[in-house]
Design a protein around this ligand. Structure first.
Ligand SMILES: *Cc1c(COP(=O)(O)O)cnc(C)c1O
Length: 616
């Protein structure tokens, strides 16, 4: 049985899908389709046959496309007559082309097999699709038992709404007599994160779960690589786009961070502090009532129980130890809501190192309790008074400071963002989260790999840590939840993957919310920690390759999910984490799925927002 993946559209995604080495890749030429293909097809392994899909196109148009794209098969999806198919065969013979001809028949609940007769001997394959409003891509299957007693000997392709839920049905179909003529399975919309973007993770799941596909070569031999490369890139994203004057500082870090992190004495000190100071391992808690409510198995990774109330401290502990080994005696940081500022001030107090936190003047007013915490911890909070007087301006001030103090100062960045090596360094420090999930799940479920890991994304550090040890494990689905604010298209959101375009922010190339002329858009979310106009480069890569499924959740849905967790489990989550918990509105899990959600922080800091919102 062969596999066709149809509705390919975007270069990068085509390449990622091709790495799985399916037998066929389909390209649709139909202007009414959201998957209508234009542009170039990247060079593909020759074992993959490219299929052109047409709906009542002219012979000339089809011939032109066959020549342009070197199609090895054409799929006719309209009302093409037997005569028309014969003309195409004539062309094929004339040109001596190796070209398969597929004719599509749509089936609803029944099918008159007499309709196949006039095409017998003229086309090479029949393709049975579901009859629906659209020409393909309807997303639901027809009842395959209609094919019982299949009267033809022309092999066929099954299509229409095939997804992971159909795996069992395919396996049982293969036991039926008519499956002798089953040539291939054709998949499309059920494997998409949006029209034309295929989810690699889901496709891998399909391939690994279907006996008939177990031998698809690319699957095992060419695992995708989600690690940063030597130049600091994840695919197209990352790098170090920094002013010349910052180069020595970043270069010092780049050339030393891995060696430092790999020193046994470093590891020992880091592990000890995580255990005795932060309180790790954080529990992996089976949320029984939440699981019952959503009819799946939900585990919460309790980063909210860490010292200082969130995951951020994992990173600041790691970075202060790096700073010490680099001989730095002064720490700077930027902060928006103040959470990262507090986590940094905390570790500076712990180590007796001077700490300066840059914070927008407006944020200082909005986040008075965190400013007080930082001061109490002995840090100096310096207001950024330029521009919009928020996070962006605080970052600029911090960078200016670092340029002026390159020798004695280390800059602690608070998320998986910034110039290389920051995204990788922060991800590695946060990867303790997935490292623990693996052994904790083994203890509780007898297996290391959950079916899904879910995390909210601001810059993406708790998410990166939650995904890290599962990135190259195709059976683990990766789910990212962004803040949709008042709605993705309301103009007040932080749904970066949906709205963002490639751009440069804080020293790296990544997806970024910006105006058409490249000005960074002011983001909005009810949760201060997700209120960021970019995402870390790893996440842009996960989005673009389809490895991660991205969702965005509105303020209202997040707040409701926060209240739900409070009342079902007695845990008041940070509003950031409430976004991850709202995944159940958008994604249906199976009862047997093990879903691990990163509970990135506790809700104490958000109490005022909850009070205002729910009029408590
Ligand atoms: C800061 C913060 C976030 C967002 O930051 P990431 O780098 O995306 O993880 C999420 N949750 C909590 C509780 C936070 O404090």
């Amino acid at each position: 049985m062969k596999l066709k993946i149809c509705g390919m559209k975007y270069q990068e995604n085509i390449e990622a899908v091709a790495a799985l080495k399916p037998d066929y890749l389909g390209f649709i030429f139909y202007e009414n389709s959201p998957r209508n293909f234009e542009g170039e097809i990247p060079k593909l392994p020759s074992a993959i046959k490219k299929v052109g899909v047409f709906v009542d196109a002219s012979v000339d148009f089809i011939v032109e496309k066959v020549k342009q794209y070197d199609f090895k098969a054409i799929q006719l999806h309209g009302n093409e007559t037997p005569r028309f198919c014969q003309d195409l065969q004539g062309f094929k013979n004339l040109e001596g082309l190796d070209l398969e001809l597929w004719k599509v028949f749509s089936i609803k609940d029944q099918f008159d097999f007499n309709r196949l007769q006039p095409y017998e001997g003229i086309v090479d394959y029949f393709l049975f699709d579901t009859k629906g409003k659209e020409k393909g891509g309807n997303g639901y299957t027809f009842d395959w038992s209609v094919l019982k007693g299949y009267p033809s000997s022309t092999p066929f392709i099954l299509s229409g709404g095939i997804g992971l839920d159909e795996i069992e049905a395919i396996e049982s179909f293969k036991k039926r007599p008519e499956s002798k003529y089953l040539h291939a399975i054709d998949v499309n919309s059920k494997f998409e994160s949006e029209p034309g973007v295929k989810s690699i993770e889901k496709l891998k799941k399909m391939i690994s779960n279907l006996e008939g596909f177990k031998n698809l070569q690319g699957f095992k031999k060419q695992p995708m690589n989600y690690q940063v490369n030597e130049k600091g890139y994840y695919g197209d994203f990352g790098g170090a786009y920094i002013p010349e004057m910052l180069y020595p500082n970043v270069e010092e870090l780049r050339t030393t961070y891995l060696d430092i992190m790999n020193e046994p004495s470093f590891k020992k000190e880091f592990d000890q502090l995580l255990r005795d100071y932060v309180g790790r391992p954080s529990p992996l808690y089976f949320a029984k009532r939440l699981s019952e409510k959503h009819n799946t198995k939900v585990y919460l990774k309790r980063e909210d129980l860490n010292h200082t109330g969130a995951h951020k401290v994992n990173n600041t502990i790691g970075q202060i130890l790096v700073a010490k080994r680099l001989g730095k005696n002064r720490i700077i940081a930027e902060t928006g809501a103040g959470q990262h500022g507090v986590a940094t001030a905390t570790v500076c107090a712990l180590m007796g190192i001077k700490c300066i936190v840059y914070m927008g003047e407006i944020d200082i007013k909005r986040q008075a309790p965190n400013v007080a915490r930082m001061k109490m911890l002995g840090a100096e909070v310096r207001p950024a008074k330029s521009g919009s007087k928020t996070l962006k301006d605080a970052t600029n001030e911090a960078i200016r400071d670092w340029i002026n103090n390159p020798v004695d100062t280390h800059y602690i960045i608070g998320s998986a963002i910034g110039p290389h090596p920051y995204p990788d360094m922060v991800t590695r420090f946060q990867s303790i989260i997935s490292e623990e999930i693996k052994w904790q799940l083994k203890e509780k479920e007898g297996r290391e790999h959950p079916d899904y890991v879910v995390a909210c994304i601001g810059g993406g550090s708790n998410a990166a840590g939650t995904y890290y040890h599962f990135l190259e494990e195709p059976s683990v689905g990766i789910i990212a939840v962004e803040a949709a604010g008042k709605g993705v298209h309301s103009g007040e959101s932080a749904a970066t993957s949906q709205l963002g375009k490639e751009g440069i922010i804080h020293g790296c190339k990544t997806l970024l919310m910006q105006t058409p002329d490249g000005q960074i858009t002011e983001p909005y979310s009810i949760s201060a920690g997700l209120d960021y106009p970019g995402v870390g480069p790893l996440h842009s890569h996960l989005y673009k390759t389809g490895r991660g499924e991205f969702y965005s959740v509105t303020d209202d849905d997040a707040m409701a999910a926060g209240l739900e967790l409070s009342q079902l489990e007695g845990i008041i989550p940070a509003i950031e984490s409430s976004h991850a918990l709202a995944i159940f509105n958008d994604k249906k899990f199976r009862p047997e799925d093990v879903v691990v959600i990163s509970l990135s922080g506790r809700g104490d800091k958000d109490l005022d927002t909850y009070i205002d919102y729910f009029k408590l």
